[in-house]
Design a protein around this ligand. Structure first.
Ligand code: ZN
Length: 206
């Protein structure tokens, strides 16, 4: 029995998220997710939801900026929900990128402004996954844009620079509540966000 327990405890689930798509994960409190960018320069949008009989609470980038008094996360700091509860903690950061908490997910309007109709986008990928999971929300929360290099400039401009995440760059996150986590491989296939092309993301559930 002890061996079975060890196998169970150390079992790891690996999910490959194809380019321009997303996946949902049920993660229990204390479990970890490692989000890996296998080919490099690929942004992964991250959302987390706490679903209870009281309704749905969600990771809020604005609450997180307020509570942590930071624009970008660092290891040891947590992400907080709309109701100001701790939902995730950044345990390891094996990436040079700041991990954006300032931009919304890419969406239909962004692509239409750039001249692309019916373009895949992270917002619609999120909404499709939430719909299948039976989760409805009053708003669409902004994600944490892992591996996205967004840099506020001294003159007030907010620039997105091509991600310089190297192949295999990754972060390790710990769930601080029972969560439904959604991760998308960002759909921006023109310069600069993802370096000009879209690749996949790998998630290891530990
Ligand atoms: Zn995107």
């Amino acid at each position: 029995m002890e061996d079975d327990f060890e196998v169970e405890r150390h079992q790891q689930y690996r999910t490959e998220i194809p380019p321009q798509s997303g996946r949902g994960f049920r993660v229990q409190k204390g479990e970890c997710l490692r989000v890996i960018d296998p080919e490099g320069q690929q942004v992964a949008d991250l959302w987390a939801f706490v679903v209870s009989s009281d309704g749905v609470d969600w990771l809020s980038t604005s609450q997180t900026r307020d509570i942590t008094e930071r624009m970008f996360p660092v290891p040891g700091k947590s992400f907080y929900s709309e109701q100001a509860n701790q939902v995730l903690t950044l345990i390891e950061d094996n990436s040079p990128c700041p991990h954006d908490m300032l931009f919304p997910a890419c969406n239909r309007g962004l692509y239409e402004r750039a001249g692309f109709r019916s373009h895949p986008n992270c917002r619609d990928n999120l909404l499709g996954i939430l719909s299948k999971a039976g989760i409805s929300l009053p708003i669409v929360p902004d994600p944490v844009n892992l591996f996205q290099r967004s840099e506020p400039q001294p003159d007030g401009r907010l620039e997105v620079i091509a991600s310089d995440n190297p192949p295999g760059g990754n972060v390790l996150l710990r769930a601080d509540a029972d969560l439904f986590v959604v991760i998308t491989a960002c759909s921006v296939d023109y310069h600069p966000t993802n370096g000009g092309c879209c690749t996949g993301i790998v998630v290891e559930h530990q």
